[in-house]
Design a protein around this ligand. Structure first.
Ligand SMILES: [Zn+2]
Length: 112
């Protein structure tokens, strides 16, 4: 009860959210279809490739930002992880609402 999972040190090891996995999967499939169905290869292949790479960079950036927020504890908990407010207390150090059974604050890590 109240045990908090060990947070990874690197943003790369933070779990990828489901929505980002879906966007990546759709991007890979749609991207390949678009790349292989470019009508005038000589003319449009370079912009298509650049767009493909640029979007990959955008996905990577999203994962980076999400990972950083995850490690900093700034992401809202998933609805399933949420504790009813009756079972919450305030952290003595940072003042955030934390589950009453937790031994340390998920946000600032101080003992409660
Ligand atoms: Zn705290």
């Amino acid at each position: 009860m109240g045990m908090q999972k060990e947070k990874p040190k690197s943003w790369k090891k933070a779990p990828t959210p489901a929505w980002l996995k879906w966007i990546t999967a759709i991007y890979l499939v749609v991207g390949f279809i678009v790349l292989f169905s470019v009508p005038n290869k000589a003319e449009y292949l370079l912009p298509a490739l650049l767009g493909y790479v640029a979007f990959a960079g955008l996905l990577y950036l999203t994962k980076y930002i999400h990972g950083k927020l995850y490690i900093a504890g700034k992401l809202p908990p998933k609805p399933t992880e949420r504790t009813p407010t009756a079972f919450m207390k305030k952290c003595v150090k940072c003042g955030r609402e934390i589950p009453i059974a937790s031994e340390e604050c998920p946000s600032c890590g101080s003992r409660t």
